[in-house]
Design a protein around this ligand. Structure first.
Ligand SMILES: [Zn+2]
Length: 457
């Protein structure tokens, strides 16, 4: 190597294991050296990062772009990602969701194809197909998709697209044979339906502050425990999405006792906000499952520390405020946008607020999601990995405002929140894609990720 492309110098590198002063050498989009700059070949470009941190780019495995419940295109959603230090994301390809309509004939392969065509992301993207129909044909589709680098699948136990536990168990059996991951939104449908009716009929039921009672923590815990057991029985890799409560985390931990194939995430907002947010923001803060109590937040941090929860994602669901605010809470569209704010908000609550270490932050937001979902090139600062990097100023304090949103969503649940720690620059495979909140790469720089069957040992 006579000359390499770039050296990031003058910073503190954070990996999953350590924090150290050092430089990162990049050539042809790949990291080719980490450590003492004097050991590297000469670089065409030398970038001084001014004493800031150099983190691996965030890998967000739970986002909603270009489809059901999302007003972001790949271009707008990944612009928010780039500005927020997210360099890879996984989104959902819904079986049967085509052009704003549900179609009973829809296949998983068709859903994946619609995402591949015309997507112009700024950062690297992949999809989890969502199984919405209980048909044998769906099971038959799985092997070819896994061969094609689509190695995880999403299911629901609740809402209109719910599947029965029996069918979810059959999917897990098939996934176990393939080595692929099953991820499930777990709330008990019947309990949520009956509690929702009860809350709607209550005198104060229309207020957003009543919403959490319609989807209680025990309904989440019941389904989380049942589904984890189904996965364990099939010996399938299982990933529980958006764990919100002490009760649900406990139910997952109970099935994980053998250090088995049961993993789970929580989301930034469940670590940063509690149910009193509904008093302040009303329907704007409605997502499912709901925000919980401060005791639940404490329990989530305990579970992030003990490994029951191993990933922090966003569940970015971009919606317009007018669809959130109309009428009582049950008429609100569900979900919040947060791709652009997740890293600074989680850094502020976890590192600044609770003393989480920087390597732990990197494990939860970068290395673990990459490893869990079959992306060995992502989420790590090591020679041979993709040069997906974030320059992060841990000391800069700023006020979050949706006025700077790259997402099509026109509000933020973190509006006016002051955080310390700011994304300065984001690189995807060695190319600068965002600087000081502005996106500087063209849509189309991002690639469609072909994933491996992950190794969870
Ligand atoms: Zn989601």
């Amino acid at each position: 190597m006579a000359q390499i492309d770039t050296v990031l110098t003058g910073g503190t590198v954070v990996t999953a294991d350590a924090t150290f002063e050092g430089a990162v050498a990049i050539d042809d989009g790949t990291i080719v050296g980490v450590g003492d700059e004097r050991a590297f070949p000469a670089a065409e470009e030398r970038i001084d990062v001014d004493g800031n941190l150099v983190l691996p780019g965030v890998v967000d495995p739970h986002t909603h772009l270009a489809g059901y419940n999302s007003i972001d295109t790949y271009a707008t959603g990944t612009a928010a990602a780039a500005a927020g230090g997210v360099t890879s994301l996984l989104t959902f390809a819904w079986q049967g969701w085509d052009d704003g309509e549900w179609d009973d004939e829809g296949t998983l392969a068709g859903a994946v194809e619609r995402h591949r065509q015309g997507a112009e992301p700024v950062v690297d993207c992949g999809v989890h197909p969502v199984i919405t129909q209980e048909t044998p044909a769906v099971l038959e589709e799985l092997p070819a998709l896994v061969d094609d680098g689509i190695t995880s699948f999403k299911m629901f136990t609740t809402d209109d697209i719910r599947l029965s536990n029996g069918f979810i168990g059959e999917v897990f059996r098939q996934l176990a044979d393939l080595g692929a991951v099953g991820m499930v939104h777990t709330e008990d449908y019947a309990v949520c339906a009956s509690r929702t009716d009860a809350v709607k009929a209550a005198p104060d039921g229309e207020s957003a502050t009543a919403y959490p009672r319609s989807r209680p923590d025990y309904a989440e815990a019941m389904a989380a425990g049942s589904v984890a057991r189904l996965a364990a029985a099939a010996d399938a890799k299982y990933y529980g999405v958006h764990t919100t409560s002490e009760a649900a985390a406990e139910a997952i931990a109970a099935v994980r006792t053998d250090g088995s194939n049961v993993r789970a995430e929580t989301c930034t907002h469940y670590t940063a906000l509690t149910a009193d947010t509904y008093e302040r923001l009303g329907n704007r803060a409605i997502m499912s499952p709901p925000l919980r109590t401060s005791r639940d937040v404490d329990a989530l941090f305990d579970r992030l520390r003990d490994g029951t929860l191993s990933v922090v994602s966003t569940d970015h669901v971009p919606l317009p405020s007018e669809e959130k605010e109309a009428g009582p809470w049950w008429e609100s569209a569900f979900g919040i946008n947060s791709l652009q704010t997740s890293l600074p908000v989680f850094h502020d609550v976890a590192v600044n607020g609770r003393g989480l270490s920087y390597p732990a932050l990197v494990r939860l937001m970068c290395r673990n999601p990459a490893q869990t979902f079959g992306l060995p090139q992502k989420g790590r600062i090591e020679p041979g990995a993709d040069a997906d990097l974030v320059v992060f100023d841990p000391d800069e304090t700023y006020r979050i405002t949706a006025g700077r949103n790259h997402s099509n969503a026109d509000y933020s649940v973190y509006e006016d929140r002051t955080v310390t720690g700011r994304v300065k620059r984001t690189f995807v495979r060695g190319t600068l894609v965002a600087a000081d909140g502005d996106v500087v790469a063209d849509p189309g720089h991002g690639e469609f990720l072909r994933r491996r069957v992950p190794d969870w040992r």
